[in-house]
Design a protein around this ligand. Structure first.
Ligand SMILES: *Cc1c(COP(=O)(O)O)cnc(C)c1O
Length: 531
């Protein structure tokens, strides 16, 4: 990217009057141009901050909300991708915690001057990297309420509402997605909120492993085989490592020659037959709706038939794209979900629910409980012993769990289904607009078919040299990201280095997409001129 000047790596900050000042982003330099809130700070009645006191809470929490609201007012003035160097914070903060209390004002001033420069702004409208991690007002309010009530809901008795609300909102969401009734809590199945898709995948893998080992004996662990595609999220590999699946028994079927990087049922069938013939035991398939690299959709119906025939646990990972399936016109991507044993979608990606909130549904909850339940004396209680209730501690790795259903409930109630559907549609429309802009410029190439709100594309070099093309696109990514104006990420498909542009931040509007494309064009012209 030699010679390229897109924008100096300056931090352009706005103050409360809406004025903007450019402050060089050097670790240790105060961002003096910025000013969050203007009232004097006190902890209330001139006292030290108490562990808990209703009036102090009210005062300080109001200040914090003002601080956060000001952050959102100014969010476009920060470089989207933090431009600090590794270790920057160690140089700015003292070596030990303060012995005497400090004021909230002093702390928030340091948040402005020292922490925010090291923040990558996931909620910026100019954030297009990885997949989105939506925050919203409703999600924030739910998160606040959850933090405020501050319970630990591992068993029903520890807060009956936490367990019961979780069951209800996951039934609501299952109905929105038109999941089969087997996934509802009224029968032998049900949903639970996990921290992440990775945890969801791990717990179902453990349930599937133990189910088969109960049948064939624990000694067979080394023979168990797991299937996915080379596009399956890396959390499958991690889950296999933790679950003790032999590293050589993870089959990630190649998708390069397949339909848009989707897992081919033929290739899965062949692999299974081959493994059975070798004396191995196929037991788990993870299919993906909306792969991480290019949002490919594995053909659930055909894959499900194969897993059923071979008694293989069928998990469907729709971490990102699951959200789109609340719209009737995208629901067909879940066709075949009837065949699945478990299904997962991250409400914290594209469903306006602040991180973390990963919804997992399972058809036979007893399999999970058999793998993960414990029953120590100190947790025994009448409701649990009487088997009248769900104890979510038996559905997950940790014991403790937060009241996360509050935020999903708030999102569903404060926005309503119609608004959530238009939210998704709007992002997909914006992604389509971006795709059209790319397609009109002959210097660029759209690399994979856009299915949801991810556009995969790359800049083409004049000389058609693939190695050079990869370098060119790496340089283009560096150029746009170091400009601070947008943040995108990349992937490699069929050996080609590709730019990923995902629309999904709640604040993104058409003008942001247009500006982002202009940045790509300018940066590309500069790169091509200097090449
Ligand atoms: C993001 C993603 C994951 C991992 O999500 P976590 O919640 O961070 O574990 C898994 N699978 C797919 C398809 C994803 O897009």
């Amino acid at each position: 990217m030699a010679g390229l000047t897109v924008l100096p790596p300056n931090l352009v900050t706005g103050n409360m009057d809406g004025n903007s000042t450019a402050v060089p982003l050097t670790p240790g330099t105060d961002m003096t141009g910025i000013c969050f809130g203007d009232q004097l700070w006190e902890n209330g009645n001139g006292l030290n901050l108490m562990a808990m006191d209703a009036e102090q809470l009210r005062k300080n929490a109001h200040k914090m909300v003002d601080f956060i609201a000001d952050y959102y007012k100014n969010i476009e003035s920060f470089p989207v991708l933090s431009q600090v160097e590794p270790g920057y914070l160690q140089k700015l903060l003292p070596d030990s915690a303060p012995v005497q209390p400090e004021s909230l004002q002093a702390v928030l001033q340091e948040v402005e001057t020292k922490i925010l420069p090291g923040v990558t702004h996931w909620q910026s409208p100019n954030y297009y990297a990885y997949f989105p991690s939506n925050g919203s007002i409703a999600g924030f309010l739910g998160e606040m309420l959850s933090a405020g009530i501050s319970i630990v809901g591992f068993s029903w008795i520890t807060s009956p509402a936490a367990t019961e609300l979780e069951m209800i909102v996951l039934d609501w969401l299952a109905n929105l997605l038109k999941l089969p009734n087997d996934f509802l809590s009224k029968g032998p199945g049900g949903g639970a909120i996990q921290g992440t898709a990775s945890e969801a995948l791990l717990v179902v893998l453990l349930a599937a492993r133990d189910r088969i080992l109960r049948e064939i004996g624990k000694d067979a662990l080394g023979k168990l085989v797991v299937y996915g595609s080379d596009q399956t999220h890396s959390s499958l590999q991690k889950a296999c490592q933790i679950a003790g699946v032999h590293p050589e028994n993870l089959r990630l079927q190649r998708t390069e020659s397949c339909n848009e990087y989707a897992l081919s049922p033929e290739s899965l069938g062949d692999a299974i037959s081959h493994d059975i013939a070798s004396g191995l035991i196929p037991f788990f398939l993870c299919a993906t709706v909306g792969t991480t690299s290019s949002t490919a959709v594995d053909p659930l119906l055909a894959l499900g038939k194969i897993t059923k025939r071979n008694q293989i646990w069928f998990h469907v990972d729709a971490a990102y794209a699951g959200s789109a399936c609340i719209c009737p016109e995208y629901r067909h991507h879940l066709n075949g979900i009837e065949e699945a044993d478990s299904f997962n979608m991250n409400c914290h990606k594209w469903f306006l629910t602040n991180f973390d909130c990963s919804a997992l549904w399972i058809k036979d909850r007893n399999t999970l409980i058999q793998s993960l339940s414990t029953n120590p004396e100190y947790l025994k209680n009448k409701a649990s012993q009487g088997r009248k209730v769900i104890d979510y501690k038996d559905w997950q790795i940790p014991l403790g769990r937060r009241f996360r259903s509050l935020k999903l409930w708030m999102v569903l109630r404060l926005y309503g289904v119609e608004n959530l559907q238009s939210y998704i549609r709007n992002h997909i429309k914006l992604a389509q607009q971006f795709e059209d802009l790319v397609a009109q410029d002959t210097r660029f190439e759209i690399v994979a078919t856009r299915t949801f709100s991810l556009v995969c594309f790359r800049l083409l070099p004049a000389n058609k040299n693939e190695e050079y093309a990869n370098k060119l696109n790496r340089d283009l990514l560096d150029a746009v990201n170091s400009s601070g104006q947008i943040f995108i990420s990349h992937t490699v498909l069929s050996g080609k280095y590709i730019l990923r542009f995902v629309v999904g931040a709640p604040l993104t509007e058409e003008r942001h997409i247009v500006a982002a494309w202009k940045l790509f064009q300018e940066a590309s012209s500069s790169l091509l001129e200097n090449s």
